[in-house]
Design a binder for this molecule. Sequence first.
Ligand SMILES: Cc1cc2nc3c(=O)[nH]c(=O)nc-3n(C[C@H](O)[C@H](O)[C@H](O)COP(=O)(O)OP(=O)(O)OC[C@H]3O[C@@H](n4cnc5c(N)ncnc54)[C@H](O)[C@@H]3O)c2cc1C
Length: 343
Amino acid sequence: MVDFTIRGAGIMGLMMAWTLIHRGQKVQIIDPHGVGAGASGGVVGALAPHMPEKWSAKKQFQFESLLLSDQLWPEIDAVSGLTSGYGRVGRLMPILNDRGLELAQDRAAGAKEHWNDFATWNIVERAPDWVPPTPTGRWVYDTLSARINPAAACASIARALASKGCEIHSNAPDCGRVIWATGVHDLVRISDHLGVFFGAGEKGQGAVLDINLGIAPQLYIDNIHVVPHVNGTTAIGSTTERFYEDGAQTDHLLEDLLERARTLIPALRDAPVLTRWANERPRSHSRAPIIGYHPIEPDAYILNGGFKIGLAMAPKMAKCLADFILTGADTIPDDFNSEQVIS
Ligand SMILES: Cc1cc2nc3c(=O)[nH]c(=O)nc-3n(C[C@H](O)[C@H](O)[C@H](O)COP(=O)(O)OP(=O)(O)OC[C@H]3O[C@@H](n4cnc5c(N)ncnc54)[C@H](O)[C@@H]3O)c2cc1C
């Protein structure tokens, strides 16, 4: 007998289970494809904040989720004995011109206001040797960004859950209250059922290179994430594709991305590719997360719409839904509320 059944063993379902178990609930997870079989079992793992300007409920929510990540992943790894690859290593972004410098200064002020004392947005004149020079000789370095190894993180939290008595089944009857965290599968199912566009998949491709850049900040350059992982590899991500035939197949678009990364960062030029990976991000019609009552499953709940930042958003999304179900406290931002999304 359990209090909750969670459908989906991606980051949303796993983090939801972890949160509920810590509130004294008994939980089972059902996923016919196994842990991290969808978007969450990937390779990139940039946990990077929104720009600290034009502050909004979504930015505040993400900020709080990054704070929670900083606390949760070390706790999870301590319980599992595995490593999620979490590290708050920060992020470098090149400052290309005077306008970029002005913007960076404004954002530094924004970070001071909104990130409290937790993290800073700095303009720096030094970067690791592998980072290409900038025309201004300067970079932004924020200390809020972190990285995680997504597939390893899913394995770590699944092991930690198992040690707390949470079983993960490929098939089992629902028991207790049900939470759907099935990513793209549910967005498509709900859209079909309601006859409206509730959400869909958006494909992304990334790769892992065999190059050890040490414990270094991630680099965000020309829309490319370069993430040095703690296991001595470096991830490159990601493409963004609305139209595709096979969401899990890598193709020439990934090769183009890799070529662009290698041109921008000559240090990557000769690094062999260890892994090529593709999957579909769950994108709601508003691009915002979806939290609350399930639109078509009676008496059930939904946690979905992580889209491009689901790994970063999962801790706070799970907390928010747990508060809603267990205490009735509705702290779900209006844009994220499943009932708002549908109306
Ligand atoms: C290329 C790429 C790069 C990304 N990079 C980042 C990044 O750097 N930082 C970041 O924060 N986010 C990133 N994301 C986004 C992030 O991965 C997703 O937002 C997040 O993983 C979504 O988690 P989820 O649990 O909702 O979905 P999923 O991980 O897709 O999990 C859904 C699960 O539901 C299961 N399922 C399906 N149908 C059923 C059913 N009927 N019953 C039970 N289970 C079912 C599936 O098997 C799957 O395991 C990236 C995504 C991609 C594709």
